[in-house]
Design a protein around this ligand. Sequence first.
Ligand code: FES
Length: 355
Amino acid sequence: MSHFHTLKVKDIRKETSQAVSIAFELPADLKNTFVFESGQYVTIKRIVNGEDIRRSYSICSTPFEEEIRIGVKKIDNGKMSGFLNNELKVGDTLEVMPPAGNFVAKNHTANIVGVAAGSGITPVFSLLKSVIKAGGKFTLFYGNVNEENTIFKQELEKLTTNHPANFKVHFTYDEGAAKQLDPIQCGRIDEQKMNDFIKLNLEILKADGFYICGPEAMINTVNETFKKMGVADEKIHFELFTTPVKKADSLEQTAPDSSYEGTSHVTVIMDGEEFEFDLNSKGATILDTAIEQGADAPFSCKGAVCCTCKAQIIEGKATMEMNYALSDEEVAEGFILTCQAHPASDKLVIDYDVI
Ligand code: FES
């Protein structure tokens, strides 16, 4: 099972007035533990006023840069993002969980389209650098409020200059019209905007993979737009940055046998220890109950988004309220998000140690 490790902050870079990137020092004995793929994230833990706060942040560096660096945009009233932006100093330590996440590309020599809004650029920035480095093609559509708040803007422009055959970026700005920019650069990334871009270059639709990252509404809109244009479902990948406000039918998955009603005997295996308890199918989640029973079960978003609470069913069945993080293959292999899971058989055994 993944545990938190204490890492020292090596560097903090101000990316915009509202965002920093933070690089960690990796001791030799943790190098293998923190091996990552472009598109993954880490979860950070901090106790604030006695409250256990956990947040997941995408890695913006790439494996070939030999650095693990995350991007953090300051959120209004965000306890963790406010601390990381305003108070954290080089030399401080943070509790960090090893990289995780499925927002990765199997083939970096492919032709990829990325769509990002705001800090949704963070994992996409890592992905596109890996694709360019491997000789693939990357076309990015990137929406922001204005140019000043566009994270990695200069680096992206430099990449287009240095790799014109491999990388193209199209910026859009909410405040574009006020600044009299070209109409295609004005406004949010929505269905109309994506249609406008596609009309200008139909080749976009022939990409091998589509990677969308940003707020839920933008992801749903862009996902639907690509699908309406004939892009196959399995080519579209997305990463939610916020806990969803509602269940999106297209994203929801429900495990089989959700009609089960009753009390199940649950065994949770963690760190080689077993925690046993009875849990009703309509009761609390497996994660919350396991923690109540003394298990140091991992979690971050508790919103079906981050995947930190993943475990595997060894015996029995479970249902999930929502799933925005596990792939179909993982669900088929018996993986569950324990923050969303309820028992669906008289006996259930789940294992956190297999992760
Ligand atoms: S804690 Fe994030 S998906 Fe369960």
